[in-house]
Design a protein around this ligand. Structure first.
Ligand code: GDP
Ligand code: IMO
Ligand code: MG
Length: 422
């Protein structure tokens, strides 16, 4: 039987997962999202166009591949239908290549309101959530109150919706927040009606039947390891398992069915929202990375915080995900730098440590950097590994030696074609 390969982010999200899934899709028959929801924004660029996907897997532009929205994903019907309408303008047939798990949970309008109310109540301790209702929806899932896609095919759907809505309204009242508006509800119900006409499936059966037919499957992660609910910088994390284990629970595949694990990381580091970021640069270099890397959120437009590559954090992410090969993104953003910093250890409670400690807030952890020479060469037009400057191959070698895993690809621009296999 075939194995399922996984592609996931190793930092705080936005590593460039969408681009690489698109690049790799030619080698796969099925692309499956396994967690997260419209908090994700996966960007693909080809033939002069840019597309940002939130819930739909990044294999959707390839006519031979099927795309699965797995049970571990949370879906906002309004955002989902809008995304489909946009795609249909480009290629009407793309919806025929999309199936949705009946076990995926639904984001209600009140989940979004609760997300906003909870963030407001937290004040300066807010998570900096994308305000898409992710946290409250996963809370209802684990609290066993959630509504699932399969429920929209049942006769008692409206009753169950109203019951959950009423519970949310009481919670909103306790926050002193407004109730859900009639417009929000009617837009949501209209999208639910649209979803009833979509290809809803028992996705675990769908995936297993594909495996039995020797189809090649790639599981697409959202967010990144450092936003994982268990292993991320808690509580400044998202509410799902963003690591490889999430592909098992989010698709219904057993651990012994996992094949390759592609770990995506930027040649530097970014984070959007609140929470600790030991190697953050609050100076003009950080500003330069933001400008050169166009580091503004694909979902919210917020400026991303930027800093140097954090190698102990990368090694940690590789370990908990079982990464078998690395893909380094956005190397071109560092083109103009004389020297490039990499964090190789931290000072923690006055001692040098080379692992990611329990607390990484700046009053606990200070990064220790090594400065490596920059390549001072424009990478963007390069297509062959032989053309890469020596300082870049040395930079990659330094990373590989530190983490013990090979870098198999380097990305030198946002376009599909700007990808070099090593
Ligand atoms: P994802 O969430 O992991 O899919 O990543 P995002 O799409 O949120 O953010 C990555 C951003 O970097 C997008 O705007 C991409 O178009 C862009 N991008 C991806 N790879 C590269 C690269 O190698 N170089 C540059 N300059 N931009 C890239
Ligand atoms: P992709 O898949 C970057 C961050 C938010 C916030 C925290 C919790 O595009 O890499 P949530 O809305 O999930 O409750 O927010 O997680 N976050 C992301 N940051 N990329 C993402 O997705 C993210 N999804 C959530 O900014 O700090
Ligand atoms: Mg993104």
């Amino acid at each position: 039987m075939n194995h399922v390969d996984i592609l996931l982010g190793l930092q705080w999200g936005d590593e460039g997962k969408g681009k690489i899934v698109d690049v790799l899709t030619r080698q796969y028959d099925l692309i499956a999202r396994f967690q997260g929801g419209p908090n994700a924004g996966h960007t693909l660029e080809f033939e002069g166009h840019k597309h940002v996907l939130h819930t739909i897997p990044s294999g959707i532009f390839h006519s031979e591949a099927m795309n699965v929205v797995g049970n571990g994903v949370v879906i906002d019907p309004v955002i989902f239908c809008r995304e489909i309408e946009e795609l249909k303008k480009i290629e009407p047939a793309c919806v025929d290549r999309l199936v949705i798990s009946r076990k995926a949970h639904l984001i209600l309008p009140t989940h979004r309101l609760l997300d906003a109310a909870s963030e407001q109540a937290k004040g300066k301790y807010k998570i900096g959530s994308t305000l898409k209702g992710i946290g409250p929806t996963y809370m209802d899932k684990t609290g066993r109150n959630g509504l699932r896609v399969g429920d929209i095919e049942m006769d008692d759907f409206n009753d169950r919706y109203n019951q959950l809505k009423e519970k949310h309204q009481r919670m909103l009242a306790s926050f002193g927040a407004d109730e859900v508006s009639k417009e929000m509800e009617s837009g949501w119900m209209k999208a639910i009606e649209q979803m009833r006409g979509m290809h809803l499936v028992d996705s675990e059966e769908f995936v297993h039947s594909a495996l039995e037919k020797e189809k090649k499957i790639l599981a697409e992660g959202a967010q990144g390891a450092l936003l994982d609910i268990d292993f991320g910088t808690y509580p400044f994390v998202t509410s799902s398992t963003t690591t490889a284990a999430g592909a098992c629970t989010g698709l219904g595949i057993a651990p012994n069915r996992i094949g390759k694990v592609f770990g995506i990381f930027k040649a530097y580091c970014t984070r959007v929202g609140s929470g600790p970021f030991p190697s953050e640069l609050l100076d003009e270099t950080g500003e330069m990375l933001r400008e050169a890397g166009r580091e503004f959120g694909s979902t919210t437009g917020r400026p991303r915080r930027c800093g140097w590559l954090d190698l102990p954090a990368l090694r940690y992410a590789i370990k908990i995900n079982g990464v078998t090969e690395l893909i380094m993104m956005k190397a071109d953003v560092l083109d103009t730098l004389d020297q490039i910093g990499v964090c190789t250890a931290y000072t923690y409670k006055g001692k040098k440590v080379s692992h990611l400690p329990y607390r990484v807030e700046e009053d606990w952890v200070q990064p220790i950097y090594e400065m490596l020479p920059g390549w001072k060469t424009e990478l963007t037009g390069m297509t062959e590994k032989e053309a890469l400057p020596a300082a870049l191959t040395d930079y990659i070698k330094f990373i590989e030696e530190f983490v013990g895993i090979p870098v198999s690809m380097v990305s030198v621009g946002p376009d599909r074609t700007q990808t070099i296999r090593l």
